[in-house]
Design a protein around this ligand. Structure first.
Ligand code: B12
Ligand code: SF4
Ligand code: SF4
Length: 371
């Protein structure tokens, strides 16, 4: 029965556009929960308070749902056409990470998972729950246990068939289904991802300090950044792909076949000059259905302005100056920093002397760069 059920689920998953579908016990003990606690105890989750508040439930699938017996773990490939990292060299353009160049994967995957779960429940009548990313469930160790791939030294799950470009989604069921073979680690002596990280975000192999990760800083972190990270960000304005992109296992990667995950032209090397002109309405229109929309215009413009500061592009001085009057202190502060990087010291000093800034946070930016 179990093999027939597995074949049925795999076939339905393929029809729904998933590239991998495998099975793991959701009930067996694992070390991942303790490692997550260590991560949170060290404060490595930064401002992602939800990791702290959901810690108990997040530590093991059965802590969240005690009837869970089997995890059906699904992977959807979002592999790019070419190596995306050379795009970082164009400093007058912003770099949006590959995962965010198409439609929001949460929306793409969630609908499919629900359809699949409905079909499974109709067949075996057991309770079932669907998860993608936002639920308190550790998806990567579950995926490794199911044999989709292994967690590399950069902590992401990579696979021998798809390299590093896989989204994960999980269905938990109260049904007992025979597990597949777990995958073992195949990083060997390679350290390419650790060496490539622009912010040295790995305190040790297989461990990440999210507070130093540009993905966290560009997406999750709402305040002005420490200067060290602004410089290291280069042109990365949403997410970061460096540790994924350098991995030698990408030679086995394949191009995404899901149309909704394919890159929109506007998100491949968008010109910083165009992005500086975005008001709230234009931002929402440009990023309709994109995950970028979630961070809002002001945080996005902060990221764009840090990239402007790193661009060395004098043509961006005038549009940046016009943002010194922006309604958002976050944007005004980032504009100050960008100008401190682009203007000659005397010109920047003159601008600072003329500034009449009431917001203490933005005053701090002028002082920061005067130092
Ligand atoms: C929080 C989060 C983030 C945080 C923290 C990332 C992280 N590595 O933890 C931030 C914002 C930084 C982030 C960034 C990214 N994310 Co994210 N994120 C998540 C989320 C919601 C939870 C992950 C989590 O639980 N982290 C906590 C840590 C403790 O968990 P962990 O990495 O599994 O920890 C393991 C290791 O640290 C290891 N470990 C710890 N100590 C030790 C010691 C030894 C000796 C050993 C061997 C191992 C070991 O064991 C732990 C348990 O397995 C998941 C979705 C989900 N619900 O799972 C998506 C998820 C991990 N993200 C995803 C993606 C795509 C990204 C980015 C690539 C996006 C981008 N391009 O910018 C980057 C990658 C950055 C990176 N190098 O990890 C995908 C990854 C898919 C995949 N194939 O792995 C996920 C699964 C979302 C999804 N559904 O597809 N993310
Ligand atoms: S996503 Fe970028 S900043 Fe984050 S760990 Fe990987 S290389 Fe470092
Ligand atoms: S770059 Fe090397 S160490 Fe990092 S995940 Fe890939 S194989 Fe492992």
């Amino acid at each position: 029965m179990t093999e027939r059920l597995k074949t049925f689920i795999r076939q339905r998953a393929t029809e729904l556009g998933f590239d991998i579908c495998r099975f793991a016990s959701a009930a067996d003990a694992w070390p991942a929960g303790e490692r997550l606690r260590h991560f949170v105890d060290e404060g490595r989750h930064g401002e992602m308070e939800w990791m702290e508040t959901t810690l108990e439930r997040r530590q093991h699938p059965t802590a969240m749902w005690n009837e869970a017996k089997t995890a059906i773990v699904l992977g959807m490939n979002y592999g790019p056409e070419d190596d995306p990292l050379p795009q970082l060299a164009d400093r007058s353009a912003g770099y949006i990470s590959v995962y965010a160049r198409g439609d929001d994967y949460h929306e793409v995957i969630k609908g499919r998972l629900k359809q699949l779960a409905g079909q499974i429940a109709a067949r075996n009548g057991k309770d079932i729950k669907v998860f993608v990313d936002t639920a308190p469930l550790m998806e990567k160790p579950l995926a490794q246990r199911a044999g989709l791939g292994w967690q590399g030294k950069h902590t992401n799950l990579l696979s021998r068939t798809h390299g590093n470009w896989l989204f994960l989604g999980t269905i938990l069921t109260a049904a007992e289904i025979a597990p597949d073979e777990p995958e073992t680690e195949h990083c060997g002596r390679c350290t390419a991802c650790l060496d490539a990280c622009p912010t040295k975000a790995f305190p040790a192999p297989f461990q990440l300090d999210a507070r130093r990760c540009l993905s966290y800083l560009t997406i999750e972190f709402g305040d002005p950044w420490p200067v060290e990270f602004r410089r290291a960000a280069g042109s990365r304005i949403y997410g970061c792909d460096d540790c994924l992109g350098v991995c030698p296992w990408n030679k086995f990667a394949q191009e995404a076949r899901e149309i909704r995950l394919m890159p929109r032209d506007a998100f491949e090397s968008p010109r910083l000059a165009d992005l500086l002109a975005l008001d709230d309405a234009a931002f929402r229109a440009l990023f309709t259905k994109s995950p970028v929309k979630r961070i809002g215009r002001d945080r996005f413009l902060r990221n764009v302005l840090y990239a402007v500061g790193n661009s060395g592009d004098a043509a961006l001085i005038a549009p940046t100056r016009s943002l010194l009057d922006d309604a958002s202190p976050l944007v005004r502060g980032a504009a100050v920093w960008a100008l401190s990087q682009l203007l000659a010291p005397a010109d920047f000093a003159a601008l600072r002397d003329a500034a009449n800034e009431a917001d203490p946070a933005v005053q701090a930016e002028w002082a920061l760069d005067a130092a």
